[in-house]
Design a protein around this ligand. Sequence first.
Ligand code: UGA
Length: 443
Amino acid sequence: MKITIFGTGYVGLVTGTCLADVGHDVMCVDVDSDKIARLKAGEIPIYEPGLESMVKHNVATGRLRFTTDAKEAVSFGVLQFIAVGTPPDEDGSADLKYVLAVADTIGEYMQEDKVVVDKSTVPVGTADKVKEAVGKRLASRGVKLGVEVCSNPEFLKEGAAIEDFTHGARIIVGTDSDRVKRLMRECYAPYIRLQEKLMFMDVRAAELTKYAANAMLATKISFMNEIANLAERLGADVEQVRRGIGSDPRIGYHFIYPGCGYGGSCFPKDVQALERTARDVSYDAELLAAVESVNNRQKQTLFTKLANAFDGGLKGRTIALWGLSFKPNTDDMRDAPSRTLMEALWEAGASVQAYDPEAMKECRRLYGERDDLVLAGDRVQAVKGADALVICTEWKEFRSLDFAWLKGQLSMPVIVDGRNLYDPESVREAGLMYYAVGRGDSL
Ligand code: UGA
């Protein structure tokens, strides 16, 4: 099957590569010529485990190609996936300018009937707008061609995107057209195990499903962070509470890890966009607003704990920071809790010695060269000469730690752990003060 994918960002690239890997002919198109040139040379612009070799392999077989030529791309695929970005605009709603520009391009160049597939996370009602935009362009050309638009939201987690694509919990397709159903079935047919997970529904239900899923997961996290904050004040250990409630299958163990707040390009943006959508239909989404404000407060928690540990005297201090990305196995720092912390530390006159296994380049790109930021070569370098250690991301390599050694490195024996990585008793036995999230006297 011939498939065109607009957008070679995270979603477009993973989708295109996975579909090529199971035998489809895929053309990925992007307006960024630099990016396309790099992709053609097998250079991947993002860090995603397993993706690079998969791209290289499929480019070599000829099933995966990259282009900037929109005309060629539109004529290529029966299915035209839209996987371009939807950045939040000032009021938090998703900005559709890139999505609608692709719709316009499809209308401009199509010479036969096409099926447009919305893969980007877009507000409810966008499929209708895309259809209208393509139709308008067709009308201006004076041609009569059929276009159908379906919603096929992605549920990929950064760091596990290939696994999520190939073994996802479901494939959602929003359409009322039998032809589209047939084509989408054919598109996903090679994923035999996913066949029974293919769910057809109305377009608007599919669009809302994506937001509802992310908002539910964000709600679980904010809920757990709220319980953790309570646990701190009540002298209870939230890790024990987490295990206790997770054992009830109605609650489950997933996404109930308290921490220093959720980040990334999806949860913060999607919760806000859904709130905005609610406002547009005159509904006050109180729970969503609370999920967001609990998270914003939670992202301050590491700074508050550090400031308390130093009695407010952070000026001139050097803080070692492990983990910059918003979660492990990615170099993505969008809305990462580490950023809120670093910016607050700088504001308070402290400097940061940071280490992350993947996000160092990204950190430099975001903050440039500055006196109060040292990017250390490894985790050991990061703590050399530091006053205290803070952990923002639960990378595997941070999980085991020689506490006695660490105590010898830090001028103040303080660990602030935003991910509850260690057993509080073992840390304290080594003579360190341990401030985790929701673990008894962690305030
Ligand atoms: C999320 C969803 O999990 C995907 O299903 C969805 O497709 C994607 O957004 C999207 O909309 O594109 P992602 O943002 O890559 O994926 O990352 P997650 O693994 O969901 O983590 C999000 C944040 O929640 C991270 O900062 C993580 O540290 C935090 N988190 C997660 C917690 O604080 N506690 C938990 O128990 C789980």
